[in-house]
Design a protein around this ligand. Structure first.
Ligand SMILES: Cc1cc2nc3c(=O)[nH]c(=O)nc-3n(C[C@H](O)[C@H](O)[C@H](O)COP(=O)(O)OP(=O)(O)OC[C@H]3O[C@@H](n4cnc5c(N)ncnc54)[C@H](O)[C@@H]3O)c2cc1C
Length: 466
């Protein structure tokens, strides 16, 4: 069967792959063929573990493809998993320039697609997981629970079994809402709202040129979109943030510990000060409603004071949240704030950590009360916006070692990153090339920690990758 099969035939084949036999003979199922899911597959392949990768999209790394026009901050040398590199090189692949900052599209064509090809039909496309449980066990039943396989239900009704699950399904398809209190704004589901990071200067140009656009959010996704919009003529731009000022987004300018962030912030500040971008502060989105061909967005702040703006388009750049609903019949121990495991939450709390200060971690921090289920990659961080691919690669190295029974390797967690270099400083250059700006990893692995007070203070869903 080809990797692009879908529909009933593919579903039946999937059922046949894993519906019988002892739990130990079943494959490890990886959910999601993004950078971290495919890295998990590489480690499973190296350790001779049977596996199957289920990808909802019509191509591998379907979420990365949605931001394919964006150039990331971290150079190739931090974006390639070690096991994946070994497998690819054995197949004759040449590593891209380690210092180059790839776009999302380049991540796929130069790395992830060739990697997935190595695994043949062990990577299944159009295979969206809708639910996971234990065969014959709901969440309450205990006796013998650990002995039975996982049951995985797919969109379309097929079911298959697994001896362990590595859930690398990401957060990109579950963005945060526009509403300021974490609840959807009134009317949010009935007006058209654009996802973060539209390709303003490329494929989506006609959508935005000449249209008054409201960008909501204080992270780097918002900043990137605003700077791209500012290059379009006759295109009014309004930027709305909850905070009382945009200092956090601007960063420290030329004095910023992170030159990339400084370059982004300096340009943005200049556009706001010149009036090219109209900034609305203290803007707490309460409702959105159509008014003719436009949309009126109303803010109601905690004191009840209202302000509003009427625009043609809205871009919501308010961050992402994990969707744990597919695992609701499993026993998860989730941190009440972030939605990561509780042990991991202590290490990644954005009130205390930037990307650069998150320590290496692995199977122990990622384990739930449900043995054999691990959420990894950006999903493992829940709502913390500080995830790095390199961190996810170490997560899956550790988790796969544990699944293979090599607990010594599983617990020997390391992040081999230098103090500088994960976040390149040539953001401004990338911007000049008009190839898109990274939103990710503003924190980077720099020696100087981010100013933590500003990260936590406004809680605007920004941070490294917001
Ligand atoms: C614009 C942007 C720039 C970034 N820049 C950097 C950077 O410079 N450096 C860095 O280290 N990190 C960066 N990040 C952060 C992070 O590394 C990436 O988001 C990365 O793609 C996360 O990889 P992942 O495999 O965990 O998840 P994803 O890439 O989101 O992959 C998840 C996959 O799971 C699939 N899926 C989802 N639900 C299901 C389901 N129910 N069933 C089956 N499949 C499913 C999706 O289609 C997708 O292919 C950036 C993020 C963004 C958004």
């Amino acid at each position: 069967m080809s990797a692009s099969c879908c529909g009933t035939t593919a579903s039946l084949e999937l059922e046949q792959i894993a519906t019988s036999g002892a739990t130990g003979a079943l494959p490890v199922v990886v959910i999601g063929a993004g950078p971290v899911g495919l890295a998990a597959a590489a480690h499973l392949a190296e350790r001779g573990q049977d596996f199957l990768v289920l990808e909802a999209g019509e191509q591998v790394a379907a979420s990365v493809a949605r931001w394919g026009h964006v150039r990331v901050f971290s150079p190739w040398k931090f974006n390639i998993d070690a096991a994946a590199k070994r497998l690819l090189e054995a197949d004759g692949w040449s590593e891209p320039d380690p210092e180059w900052l790839p776009t999302g599209a380049e991540l796929i064509t130069d790395y992830l697609a060739p990697l997935a090809k190595l695994f043949g039909d062990k990577v299944r496309l159009h295979a969206k997981v809708t639910a996971i449980s234990r065969l014959g066990y709901d969440r309450v039943r205990t006796n013998g629970r650990e002995e039975v396989p996982f049951l995985i239900r797919l969109d379309g009704g097929a079911e298959l079994r697994a001896r362990a699950i590595i859930d690398a399904s990401g957060t990109y398809v579950t963005p945060n809402v526009l509403g300021a209190s974490g609840l959807p704004a009134y009317g949010e589901s009935i007006v058209e709202i654009d996802h973060a990071l539209p390709d303003v200067l490329g494929a989506d140009r006609d959508t935005y040129e000449g249209k008054h656009t409201l960008v909501v959010g204080a992270g780097h996704s918002a900043a990137t979109t605003l700077l791209a919009l500012a290059q379009l003529e006759n295109t009014p731009i309004t930027w709305a943030i909850r905070a009382g000022g945009a200092g956090r987004t601007y960063g420290g300018g030329a004095a910023d510990a992170l030159p990339a962030r400084g370059a982004l912030g300096t340009r943005l500040r200049a556009h706001v000060e010149s009036g090219r971008i109209r900034l609305l502060t203290g803007f707490f989105v309460h409702s959105v409603a159509r008014s003719g061909n436009q949309v009126t967005v109303v803010s109601r702040d905690p004191s009840g004071a209202e302000q509003s703006v009427t625009v043609d388009r809205i871009v919501a750049a308010t961050g992402y949240r994990p969707d744990h609903s597919i695992a609701s019949e499993l026993r998860l121990d989730l941190d009440p704030i972030l939605g990561s495991t509780r042990r991991l939450a202590l290490l990644i709390d954005p009130n205390q950590h930037s990307c650069g200060t998150v320590p290496a971690h692995g199977v122990d921090e990622l384990s739930h009360p449900e043995p054999g289920y691990y959420a990894v990659g950006v999903k493992s961080y829940g709502r913390a916006p500080t995830f790095l691919m390199a961190t996810g690669y170490e997560q899956v190295r550790s988790v796969v070692a544990a699944i293979a029974g090599d607990w010594e390797a599983a617990r020997d967690v390391q992040l081999d990153l230098p103090e500088t270099g994960v976040c390149s400083s040539n953001l401004a250059e990338a911007q000049e090339q008009r190839v898109g700006l990274a939103t990710g990893v503003s924190g980077g692995l720099l020696a100087t920690p981010l100013p933590l007070a500003t990260v936590g203070a406004s809680n605007d869903g920004g941070g490294c990758c917001g």
